[in-house]
Design a protein around this ligand. Structure first.
Ligand code: ADP
Ligand code: CDP
Length: 221
């Protein structure tokens, strides 16, 4: 495969884990666009920029040097030379990232950067995942997929990932995180309904390996 595989979907639908596995399997690069929104959020918090001050956050974003490693075996991101690969997964970032991602000037800047990365990597082949890849960043992608899953499945997966269990307490602690973030994000991008020509895979009742195989089947078509 050469070209772009574009994958969108809500939190916990399996995008990151599935796309990395697909990229490794096919020998492609991997672009996690969510990591870019998380990195800008990390920088804004680090520098004490008020997230509700949209012009200030956008100006900060435009000035940042973002280095993104697209090796699916070792994805990573650095902001102005500081490796933030681990830091951007903290819950304080997950809780604040939608405020940055709903800033349309931030989106314009990051979308342009994402398109530049895809233009560079599409000769090798690249799997890119996020919320607006199939619709805005790469609507001309060779393969376009929407991963979905029931809210309960997505919350349970995230609970197991963050708390190591999906008991009632873990589900309760995770519920707001997933549901609130998706609700905020979907005010600016529609990742809940497949756009024209986008293949939807409902992963609710599928194992991880089954989802990877389903994606590989679509790519092979
Ligand atoms: P997203 O990037 O869409 O938020 P992730 O890839 O981070 O989703 O997946 C969330 C969690 O669910 C991870 O811990 C992942 O290993 C797990 N996971 C992914 N796909 C499945 C699946 N089909 N069944 C069960 N767990 C899954
Ligand atoms: O892994 P998860 O689905 O939970 O989140 P992520 O992919 O790391 O994305 C983090 C956040 O970045 C999302 O909640 C969105 O606010 C934003 N995002 C976006 O707006 N557009 C994208 N293409 C990717 C992510």
């Amino acid at each position: 495969f050469r070209g772009v595989i574009a994958v969108d979907g809500p939190s916990g639908s399996g995008k990151s884990s599935v796309c990395r596995a697909v990229a490794r399997h096919l020998g492609l690069r991997y672009l996690d666009t969510g990591a870019m929104y998380r990195a800008v959020t990390w920088a804004a918090l680090d520098r004490g920029v008020d997230l509700t001050d949209r012009p200030a956050v956008a100006a900060l974003c435009r000035a940042l040097v973002l280095d993104i490693a697209t090796d699916p075996g070792a994805p990573g991101i650095a902001v102005d030379g500081v490796d933030v690969t681990g830091a951007i997964r903290q819950s304080r970032i997950s809780e604040s990232v939608s405020a940055v991602a709903t800033n349309l000037d931030v989106r314009a800047d990051l979308i342009a950067r994402q398109q530049a990365i895809l233009a560079e990597e599409k000769g090798t082949g690249v799997v890119a995942e996020g919320r607006d890849i199939t619709t805005v960043v790469a609507p001309e992608a060779e393969v376009r997929l929407l991963l979905t899953a029931d809210e309960s499945a997505r919350i349970a997966r995230r609970a197991r990932e963050l708390h190591g269990t999906d008991d009632a307490a873990a589900l309760a602690a995770t519920h707001a995180q997933v549901v609130t973030r998706d609700a905020r994000d979907s005010t600016v991008v529609d990742f809940l309904v497949a756009a024209d020509g986008v293949v939807e895979i409902d992963t609710s009742a599928l194992t991880f390996d089954q989802v990877v195989d389903a994606v590989l089947d679509v790519v092979a078509e």
